[in-house]
Design a protein around this ligand. Structure first.
Ligand SMILES: *Cc1c(COP(=O)(O)O)cnc(C)c1O
Length: 353
């Protein structure tokens, strides 16, 4: 007997296909920054850098340790999307030629003291109220320190995936009003994946694209899920109408059923909040979660499957079963599912060939 395990299979061909689809939406002059923060949304930072760097103009991360790993593999632009919070990190960034976001006055003080004006991205608060300079505050800094410098002006949308939200137009307007007051040589960047999909005329000089690369953007069915999370069935049983399955007896059989127990639970990163009825895939057919997810097991209804045996794989998401399905049917976001998979799940990164 070989030992069994849950697997997370990552297919880089899909990143490349998704990037091509996304790049087709851009203006000719827009450059493509692949956002690969948080271990490339759980897809393995170093491998993805190798496999997509010919298609990307730069890479975006938040943590300086991730930026250093990328620099070992690539000479492309690397943006620290939250900038630096100390003089020490500024020095590391200068040594490694990282671009830096500057989002508040504390950060600007560090930059100003070092007289470092290369590769800066000034972030404006246009309504998200999380990071970024207020417009007047930024214009003051601009007049005093930046009017003869090259830099990138950026902001981030709060509701890019929702075209009915009025906040998008308001954020664009604030951003455009300010940028019209600045030197023409500055570059501009607003777009994350949702903005590329919904407002392709706002891609400006740089897009910062994350979730679309991995196929987790809800509202599009051409971008494919690059991860497969799968685990084998370890037990099958028949139950009778009225029987309950799993913790708290949440799932109650309305008829006689066949139940499969799958070797994956919340300790592997599947949220405990997954609802009954959530689709999974066994032998290319849809089955559904039946019973509360436990620590090491998930129970599924396979009553309608003629061929289903112990050892068969159950897929929770895959190129064939979009991660956006499980996310939207459970009020989750695909970012969360992708970055939740735990280390005890075996990671298999396919090679490009
Ligand atoms: C994470 C991040 C992005 C990428 O957003 P997606 O929705 O994943 O495309 C873009 N910009 C900033 C500043 C980010 O932090």
């Amino acid at each position: 007997m070989t030992s069994i395990n849950s697997e997370l299979i990552i297919d880089p061909i899909i990143f490349r296909e998704n990037i091509s689809l996304l790049k087709n939406k851009l203006n000719d002059s827009s450059k493509f920054m692949a956002v690969i923060k948080s271990d490339a949304y759980g897809h393995h930072l170093e491998n993805i850098v190798k496999d997509i760097q010919d298609l990307s103009d730069g890479f975006g991360v938040v943590r300086i340790d991730e930026a250093k790993k990328i620099r070992k593999l690539s000479n492309k632009k690397i943006l620290l999307m939250q900038g630096v919070y100390s003089k020490k990190d500024l020095n590391t960034s200068i040594e490694n030629n990282f671009d830096l976001v500057v989002h508040n006055m504390n950060q600007f003080e560090i930059i100003k003291d070092a007289n470092h004006y290369e590769g800066l991205w000034f972030k404006l608060n246009t309504g998200m109220n999380r990071l970024g300079f207020e417009t007047n505050e930024f214009l003051e800094i601009y007049e005093q320190y930046l009017h003869d410098k090259k830099f990138t002006l950026m902001t981030h949308l709060a509701s890019s995936n929702d075209t009915s939200s009025l906040s998008n137009e308001s954020q664009f307007k604030i951003f455009e009003d300010i940028s019209s007051k600045l030197n023409k040589s500055i570059e501009r960047s607003i777009a994350n994946t949702g903005c590329i999909m919904n407002y392709p005329n706002k891609t400006y000089d740089w897009v910062r694209c994350g979730i679309g690369i991995y196929g987790g953007y809800i509202g599009d069915d051409k971008l494919k899920t690059a991860m497969t999370l799968r685990s084998p069935i370890v037990n099958l049983r028949n139950i009778s109408k009225g029987d309950k399955v799993g913790y708290d007896g949440r799932a109650v059989a309305q008829k006689d059923m066949k139940i499969a127990s799958v070797y994956l639970g919340y300790a592997d990163g599947l949220p405990v909040s997954i609802n009954d009825g959530t689709s999974v895939m066994v032998n290319d057919e849809i089955a559904s979660v039946f019973g509360k997810v436990s620590m090491d097991l998930t129970t599924i209804d396979v009553s309608h499957l003629d061929k289903c045996s112990v050892g068969d794989w159950c897929e929770f998401f895959s190129p064939k079963l979009p991660i956006t399905n499980i996310a939207s049917s459970n009020n989750l976001i695909s970012y969360y599912l992708m970055t939740s998979v735990k280390s005890r799940v075996k990671k298999v990164y396919k090679t490009l060939d």
